[in-house]
Design a protein around this ligand. Sequence first.
Ligand code: SF4
Length: 253
Amino acid sequence: MAKQKTGTWEWASRTFNSVAGCQHSCRYCYACAMAVHYRKFDPAKWRSQVLVEKMHERKFRKGREMVMYPSAHDIIPEYLPHHLAFIKKLLEAYPRVLLVTKPHLESIKGICEAFGADRERILFRFTIGSTSDATLSFWEPNAPSFGERLDCLKLAHSLGFGTSVSCEPMLDDRVEDVIQAVSPYVNETIWLGKVNRFKHRLALNGHSDPETLAEADQLIGWQSDANILALYQRLKDNPMIRWKDSIRKVVER
Ligand code: SF4
């Protein structure tokens, strides 16, 4: 039997990054946790971003698959020309590009302006784990507000780009509020996923303070098997919804 794909492998068989570090400083950041675990990286420095210039010199062999950009940083307006140049290279080599981001309006406007002719080859996937700005700013302190992310989705949708949403991780017990708000502007899928190895990642990223751990306990409680099964029952017939491996495991158990 073929092995079930997990993580970003569910979305694309190849991912690319061109920046080290990420200004958004999400407390649960997987990429930061990996850097700390495998490279003894200082998590306090994750917020300082460094362009990986050599990625621009890299020659991509032509491929036939959809590729994903980025997976370990974000598309921050400060480096927009750098990102536009990199996305152009990807579009020259691959038929479709999946852009995964907690979107800034300035960045999405820039991408839509630059690649309007390629709109059918670009699929945006905007990460929106809650409609609450208090929740978003706690877990993702420097990322855009809910309103800005929704405006990005509306813009990309109105211009004919592929639009999808990732609620992974779901950041509260009101994911259906996100689904209701984004659905009119999604022409592809909405992915739902649990928090994964949450406290381990928080510890690696230097967030073991009592407030963060209390919030984490609440979130983990909301994502109990019983609550996830109830969510699955409510949403399983919604054709837009896709379940990440963290939820499929609970359902299949
Ligand atoms: S946006 Fe992504 S890469 Fe950036 S800090 Fe958040 S989780 Fe990490």
